[in-house]
Ligand binder design. Structure first.
Ligand code: PGA
Length: 266
């Protein structure tokens, strides 16, 4: 398939790996990228846990930088102040991050992050020049009730659709059905494609066809080498946000290879 949009293979390391492992994995990814001819519309992103973000960002090799970016897993809405335990988006920028995950289902569930708060985070991240990877997706009961598209539409409307067209075009969307995250249960390629197409349709209604066609929509939820080709080959799936399979160089680089194959670059 000829994929024209920016394609992304992003690793969400969550609260995993120690310092040595984080640095080793960053270097293994550097090596892989350096050893291969990666098309420039493919981006590889890692989101290490906070204590290691700065060293991982600093460890990205000069020659892999155009392809390889680092992101935070979360950020606050303020630039500084009395917010113990929080991280300003400026701080992520300062240590070399280009991306930040916003609205991951684990943040929504365990930290009660509301639509409005996420909208503020998106604004702030864009203000400081970070690219938000905005996560959306439904829990199992919502999928079973058949209201998953309406649910995701609300998440997008409440936290993203206030953006200007120009700002919206800088956002990456990750559709992650909650029932597929860390469970080993992946959405079928048809389920993923159908939701991605619905998301693109909503974007078209809000911002027009050009914007809808330009925004990258990633799939996340038990995506791994064994199922990635069938997911990445879907016309509206522009890559993956990968948890478990991003923690080992072997599986993560295999996912990059699979994506290159889908892009016709192998
Ligand atoms: P998983 O996590 O690949 O381990 O299911 C994906 C995510 O939560 O981003």
């Amino acid at each position: 398939m000829d994929k024209k949009r920016r394609q992304i293979v992003a690793g969400n390391w969550k609260m995993n790996l120690n310092q040595r492992q984080a640095i080793e994995l960053t270097n293994d990814i550097n090596e892989y990228i350096s050893d291969h001819t990666i098309p420039e519309q493919l981006k590889v992103v890692i989101c290490p846990s906070l204590p290691y973000v700065a060293s991982c960002a600093g460890d990205v090799w000069e020659d892999t930088k155009p392809i390889f970016g680092v992101g935070g897993q979360n950020c606050h809405t303020e630039s500084s102040g009395a917010y113990t335990g929080e991280t300003a988006p400026e701080m992520l920028r300062d240590v070399g991050c280009e991306y930040v995950l916003i609205g991951h289902s684990e943040r929504r569930k365990y930290f009660n992050e509301s639509h409005a708060f996420l909208a503020e985070k998106v604004n702030k991240a864009l203000d400081v020049g970070l690219i938000p990877i905005f996560c959306c997706g439904e829990a199992l009961d919502i999928r079973e009730a058949g209201t998953h598209e309406a649910h995701v539409a609300t998440q997008l409307r409440e936290s993203l659709f206030h953006l200007s067209k120009e700002n919206f075009e800088r956002v990456i969307i990750a559709y992650e059905p909650v029932w597929a995250i860390g469970t080993g249960k992946t959405a079928t390629p048809e389920q993923a494609q159908s939701m991605h197409a619905a998301i693109r349709q909503l974007i078209e209604q809000q911002y027009g066809k050009d914007t809808a066609n330009s925004v990258s929509i990633l799939y996340g939820g038990s995506c791994k080498p064994a199922n990635a080709a069938s997911l990445f080959s879907q016309p509206d799936v522009d890559g993956g946000l990968i948890g478990g399979a991003s923690l080992k160089a072997e599986s993560f680089t295999k996912l990059i290879e699979i994506m290159m194959g889908e892009m016709g670059n192998l």
